[in-house]
Design a protein around this ligand. Structure first.
Ligand SMILES: NC(=O)c1ccc[n+]([C@@H]2O[C@H](COP(=O)([O-])OP(=O)(O)OC[C@H]3O[C@@H](n4cnc5c(N)ncnc54)[C@H](OP(=O)(O)O)[C@@H]3O)[C@@H](O)[C@H]2O)c1
Length: 245
């Protein structure tokens, strides 16, 4: 009897339908023309996922690559977000900019985008895509009571960059209040640079993650590996994570 049960189990394993992880994901990428987002697109395509790459001007995207669709979209336009979200498993926002008054963090695109995407995801009835927000290292802690952003010399920062840094901190504050949407805030290390794809990275939490030489760094290509891993696995839903070597 036991042997029959074992045989049945083996047959079930051999003939089981592919798990969700084996199916290509349908991934919507905002910021697909950007320095980080374009590598997220490359990484997702390289793994056989179906990617919708969004730009305000999709003619700038080479849509001849298998699995890639270029789409027009603007994160300031809620209707266009609603339309694009449909039919996707995951939406990734990797954008930057400040709209209007550059000295007001409320105008940071990262913050506006997070809130607009969350608002549209709330309109879904049970099958909403998961949301991966690419965050900012300014929101990481260098000490229990001090953010990295607070250590930056204000006088040396261009106003728009300062607004983006604060906007990213506020985006995290806002997301942390969201309990009805599956979001993950993925934070790069202090130094996010061009470099090779090694496939190596570590995941941390609220503190700046440093290597054994005290450096907080990763290549954009390896950061993209971590982002697509999270898109596939959904391990850190409603959490902020940081990624670094
Ligand atoms: N160490 C760090 O913490 C660190 C370092 C670098 C980057 N980052 C973060 O990584 C993310 C990406 O940065 P990046 O350097 O890759 O940016 P980027 O190269 O400057 O690209 C910006 C992207 O934003 C898109 N965009 C601008 N306005 C838009 C709108 N209204 N609607 C939709 N898309 C819009 C642009 O797309 P189109 O112009 O094609 O529409 C472009 O693809 C940002 O969240 C940034 O804060 C963090």
């Amino acid at each position: 009897m036991l042997r029959t049960a074992r045989l049945f189990l083996l047959a079930a394993c051999l003939f089981a339908a592919p798990s969700a992880a084996d199916e290509p994901l349908r991934v919507l990428v905002y910021g697909a023309t950007g320095s980080v987002g374009s590598l997220i697109v490359d990484e997702a395509l390289g793994r056989g996922h179906e990617v919708t790459a969004v730009s305000r001007d999709p003619s700038t995207i080479d849509a001849s690559r298998p699995g890639l669709t270029a789409a027009k979209g603007d994160l300031l336009d809620r209707d266009s977000i609603a339309e694009l979200l449909r039919g996707h498993d995951v939406v990734i926002s990797s954008v930057r900019g400040v709209i209007g008054d550059k000295s007001d963090p409320e105008n940071a695109l990262q913050l506006l985008a997070a809130n607009n995407i969350v608002a549209e995801l709330r309109e879904f009835d049970g099958d909403a895509p998961r949301f991966l927000h690419i965050g900012g290292a300014g929101s990481l802690k260098v000490k229990p009571d001090k953010l990295f952003a607070e250590t930056l010399p204000k006088i040396a920062l261009p106003k728009p960059l300062e607004s983006e840094i604060i906007g990213q901190i506020w985006a995290l504050d806002d997301l942390r209040k969201v309990d009805d949407v599956e979001w993950t805030y993925i934070t790069p290390p202090i130094h996010l640079k061009k470099g090779e794809r090694t496939g190596e990275y570590r995941i941390g939490g609220d503190d700046v993650l440093r290597d054994d030489r005290g450096r907080s760094r990763i290549s954009k290509a390896d950061f993209a590996v971590a982002v697509v891993d999270e898109a596939e696995n959904g391990t850190y839903v409603r959490q902020r994570i940081s990624v670094a070597y």
